[in-house]
Design a protein around this ligand. Structure first.
Ligand SMILES: [Zn+2]
Length: 190
């Protein structure tokens, strides 16, 4: 199941940019079907969420690349994010950070040692996957805090909020995010 979805995801990525159609087609169930392994389901859902992340980020990308408020990767003043592949805490434009997350995530999804057959999954599979969900979620948090007005203007706010709630619900159910990861979007949870 996951393999099939993974291939579809990459074919789609190569052939066309994700757009609103991708989001509106996404209607994933949150509960793992009984015959499916939970880790496989978490992998499958990750592909879905990454497609949605790309699609929503593309909607706000132009604004994100030019807005002064996006000179740093933040989701509110209390939540600053730094690149993970440098030793120092260097500020990076939010658009660069988000794009880097998407590229890195695609590389992770192509890692056949991490997303192996169910019986061959690495021992630290969940630890690695949590890190991917955490970084992907930062893109959502940034969009929510910095670009919500833009989403409203483009008529995508309801869709975004629904998708965000679905992502949060899923991540809480499978313990993929910590409470502090959710801090920037607390208001959507009320
Ligand atoms: Zn931005």
């Amino acid at each position: 199941m996951f393999k099939k979805k993974q291939q579809t995801h990459f074919i789609n990525s190569q052939q066309k940019d994700p757009n609103l159609a991708t989001i509106t087609q996404a209607n994933q169930p949150i509960a793992c079907p009984p015959q499916i392994d939970a880790n496989d389901f978490i992998s499958y859902q990750l592909c879905e969420f990454v497609e949605q992340t790309e699609a929503f980020f593309n909607i706000v990308k132009a604004e994100c690349s030019s807005a002064a408020a996006c000179d740093k990767m933040q989701a509110g003043l209390r939540n600053s994010y730094y690149l993970w592949d440098t030793d120092s805490k260097q500020n990076v434009k939010a658009s660069c950070y988000c794009e880097k997350v998407l590229v890195w995530t695609t590389q992770q999804l192509q890692n056949e040692q991490l997303f192996a057959e169910t019986e061959n999954l690495p021992k630290d599979f969940l630890k690695q996957v949590r890190k991917i969900y955490q970084r992907v979620f930062r893109v959502w948090a940034h969009i929510y805090v910095n670009h919500y007005a833009n989403l409203i203007k483009q008529g995508c706010d309801v869709l975004f909020q629904q998708a965000l709630m679905q992502l949060i619900e899923f991540c809480l159910k499978y313990q993929l995010l910590e409470q502090e990861d959710l801090d920037p979007v607390k208001s959507v949870l009320k």
